[in-house]
Design a protein around this ligand. Structure first.
Ligand code: TNX
Length: 546
């Protein structure tokens, strides 16, 4: 019915639509239907926002216009939207609330701006589109072209990750990162909060996690491995203590900030591996008993939680209980990646567990570990997501898999009817280099993920059946920070690969075009300049990634 109405509307209204005209609109991600009409609308002091006064989106619009254009607009729920208005009207659906929450309908005529959506998500995305249409830096900046946009995303999970363990980013920097995620209509922020090199979340029951685990005594300088990945003998350290953590109040503030922007925060608490920082404070939960200190170099540690000791589970369950109270989203990320088995192989308690539980080997012990934690998390009404190693030894019954070692794990999980988030190293790791010539690039972990390969990424493997394809929720860009020392460098590595991925996940393949994207990005970069974003500018020189 909706598509019939849209077609009828296009035929009757005489709106024009062509690829060239799309180019003129600096929108990222490209909306799925755009028709440009004659004329324009100019916002003025007397423009009225027609919406409920307590609606977040109406107030968000009001403050954006004040901050960027000095306009002080009134919000009035009774003002009839005949002329000089921006209206936010909820579509009345008769499907019991099943309609797409992220859909929006944005119509600009010479009389005003009418936004319709099923839910606040749709209003929020319509406003992002509107903001991108309003240049921040020219004399015609309050004027927007007449047009009609109908839009909704291709994928449900449009994610960005940030590693705050290897290097720490303040609450305000994390909020800035969330602003970028919001601007590109992405909806998931994966917050990597714990790792070998630092524990970053306050847990009231275990104060040593912030007193000891959040601090490392120094940090390795440069790369601790050679070109082949072999450890170097001669590594240098900076002799500077490094640390930081988020208090629970700060976490709540970030989660609330994200939630207003319709972004779900997925916290990651690593287990059973990548946990040396936690074990430095609680060494009795390891297999060999310590002593340990938070890791000062990069790479993977052999130490991990002892799977034969019930106290490891009680400890992690206490932590997860506090985490669940702080993060209202459906998913808790339990890590599960890169978990060496050498300690478990030699540990009498772990071997005893293998015997008692009739497990075959240490891989099945890892599966036992994750399944036991999954049961606890499911009983609290939440779902686990983990890196693709959680497939080894058998997948926990309700787990979602984040596929990072290529797409194999994702394919395997979808075949087992488990939901999947694709995040293969190529092209989703934004800690890799973005251009071939590394001469002027900051030191990065390695690899090569140019913007065009990010843009052209399609997360749905062609080898899956139509039924299995439904398990692919979407994809995510990961920003690991071993070699990313400050937030300016986060911006450099993430942007513009983040908007490229945003378009890959939002826009239907038939509406995508790489050259067109680069042209839009060039215009859009004025917005980034205005924000003083330290984005990578290679795309301005050419449209290829050499
Ligand atoms: C692999 S991705 C890791 C991280 C590193 C990253 C560097 C994953 C699950 N584990 O611990 O930071 O590579 O690219």
């Amino acid at each position: 019915m909706k598509s019939f109405l849209i077609t009828a509307f296009i035929l009757l209204s005489g709106f024009l639509f062509s690829q060239t005209e799309k180019t003129q609109l600096p929108l990222i991600p490209q909306p799925n239907y755009v028709a440009i009409a004659q004329g324009s609308f100019t916002l003025s002091d007397s423009t009225v926002i027609v919406a409920g006064e307590d609606q977040f989106e109406a107030n968000y619009l009001k403050s954006y216009l004040k901050e960027n254009y000095g306009l002080e607009l009134r919000i009035d729920s009774h003002y009839p939207p005949f002329k000089n208005f921006i209206s936010l009207l909820t579509l009345i659906s008769n499907d019991g609330g099943n309609s797409n929450k992220e859909f929006y309908d944005l119509k600009i005529t010479t009389k005003g701006i009418a936004i319709k959506a099923n839910a606040n998500e749709g209003f929020f995305y319509a406003l992002q589109t509107l903001f991108q249409l309003m240049p921040l830096d020219t004399s015609v900046r309050r004027t927007v072209p007449c047009l009609q946009i109908y839009d909704s995303p291709r994928y449900l999970w449009r994610g960005m990750h940030l590693d705050c363990s290897r290097h720490f980013f303040s609450k305000d920097e994390v909020k800035k990162y969330i602003d970028y995620i919001a601007m590109y209509k992405m909806n998931t922020f994966h917050w990597h909060l714990t790792d070998d090199q630092g524990w970053r979340i306050e847990i009231k029951k275990y104060p040593l996690l912030t007193q000891i685990s959040s601090q490392r005594k120094e940090t390795v300088i440069g790369k601790p491995v050679d070109k082949k990945g072999q450890p170097l003998k001669d590594v240098k350290y900076d002799n500077k203590p490094y640390g930081g953590f988020y208090t629970q109040d700060e976490i709540k503030e970030v989660v609330a900030y994200a939630s207003e922007r319709h972004i779900t925060v997925v916290p990651e608490i690593e287990m059973p591996g990548h946990s040396l920082a936690a074990l430095a404070a609680y060494p009795q939960l390891s297999c060999i008993g310590g002593p340990f200190e938070p890791r000062t170099t990069w790479g993977v540690s052999d130490e991990l939680f002892c799977a034969g000791n019930d106290s490891s589970f009680y400890f992690l369950q206490d932590i997860i209980s506090e985490v669940i109270d702080l993060f209202p989203g459906k998913y808790i990320h339990i890590g599960g990646d890169e978990c060496p088995k050498v300690r478990w192989q030699k540990c009498p308690k772990c071997q005893n567990r293998i015997k008692e539980e009739h497990l075959k080997d240490e891989h099945q012990l890892q599966s036992y570990f994750i399944t036991r934690m999954e049961k606890f998390i499911n009983d609290k009404g939440r779902q686990i997501i983990g890196w693709d190693e959680i497939l080894e030894g058998g997948l926990a019954p309700n787990a979602t898999v984040m596929s990072w070692r290529g797409i194999k794990g994702g394919i395997e999980a979808a075949k087992q009817n488990h939901t999947v988030v694709m995040s293969p190293g190529k092209p989703c790791y934004f800690d890799h280099y973005q251009v071939k010539d590394r001469t002027n690039e900051p030191l990065a972990i390695g690899g090569f993920n140019p913007i065009d390969s990010v843009y052209n990424y399609d997360p749905t493997p062609v080898t899956l059946s139509e039924d299995q394809k439904k398990y692919i929720l979407g994809a995510q860009g990961n920003v690991w920070t071993e070699y990313i020392l400050d937030f300016k460098q986060v911006e450099y590595m993430a942007i513009p690969r983040m908007p490229a991925l945003a378009e890959a996940l939002w826009t239907k393949p038939e509406n995508k075009n790489y050259r067109n994207f680069i042209e839009r990005l060039k215009t859009h970069s004025r917005v980034l300049d205005k924000k003083h974003t330290n984005y990578a500018k290679h795309f301005k020189l050419n449209t290829t990634s050499k």
